[in-house]
Ligand binder design. Structure first.
Ligand SMILES: Nc1nc2c(c(=O)[nH]1)N[C@H]1C(S)=C(S)[C@@H](COP(=O)(O)O)O[C@H]1N2
Ligand SMILES: [Mo]
Length: 216
């Protein structure tokens, strides 16, 4: 399949990827995509809702980038979606962020376990071309992988990036997200230089630099 001039291949060894269900702490939500919207709130509290068709009307990008989990595995896939910057601009939100501007992400959640939340630095997320992905490897995201939308800042570990997203909010304070609260994971969540298992390469790889892994 060809998208945006890029030939999409199925991620190699995808069947060896750790189960996504283990990475959906609040339980996989039941989503009616026709009723679903992304709620976007500015620092001053103004809210705009975008539905799926409004998101699909924005410029679409396919990024072949590597996601890394703090549990030492990673996977490089073809993520398709829209830029965080374009989504904020569409909601008429100022994209001039500082070191004290954060983005709170909230999942749809489930009635028994609640929501999964994460706070990331907005300035760095924008610099790193953070995306809101609706598809992977040319197919809509499976429910357990974040349908209908997930945010991915590839410079950060998976736990900072919320699947089954329902709201993003510009805020002026960090708060502890799910894993920071229960397991003491770092608040900023930057990918660390070390050895990771690359599912798609079926090998261990070492990365020398912190942040997004771009060398393998
Ligand atoms: N809503 C929600 N998003 C989440 C999580 C979660 O439990 N709930 N887990 C995070 C973690 S720890 C990782 S590694 C990735 C896993 O993404 P995957 O299911 O595509 O492997 O999702 C992240 N986003
Ligand atoms: Mo993770």
């Amino acid at each position: 399949m060809e998208i945006n001039g890029m030939t999409l291949l199925k991620t190699p060894y995808i069947e060896k990827k750790p189960s996504s269900l283990r990475y959906y702490q609040e339980g996989v939500p039941n989503i009616d995509v026709d009723a679903w919207t992304l709620n976007i709130t500015s620092l001053t509290g103004n809210s705009v809702k975008l539905d799926r068709s409004a998101l699909l009307a924005l410029p679409q990008f396919t990024h072949h980038r590597r996601m890394v989990c703090v549990c030492n595995w990673s996977i490089k896939r073809y993520w398709q979606g829209v830029l965080l910057e374009d989504v904020l601009a569409e909601a008429r939100i100022d994209t001039q962020a500082t070191a004290n501007t954060f983005l709170k992400q909230t999942s749809v959640g489930t009635t028994d376990k609640g929501v999964y939340e994460s706070w990331i630095r907005l300035d760095e997320a924008l610099e790193r071309s953070t995306i809101l992905a609706h598809s992977v490897d040319g197919e809509p995201l499976p429910l357990e992988q974040g349908y209908p939308l997930r945010l991915i800042d590839f410079g950060l570990y998976g736990y900072k990036n919320v699947k089954g997203l329902t709201s993003i909010e510009v805020v002026d304070q960090w708060q502890l997200g799910h894993w920071e609260r229960i397991a003491g994971y770092a608040l900023d969540g930057t990918v660390k230089p070390k050895r990771y298992w690359a599912v798609d390469l079926k090998s261990h790889q070492f990365t020398q630099n912190k942040g997004e892994v771009t060398d393998w």
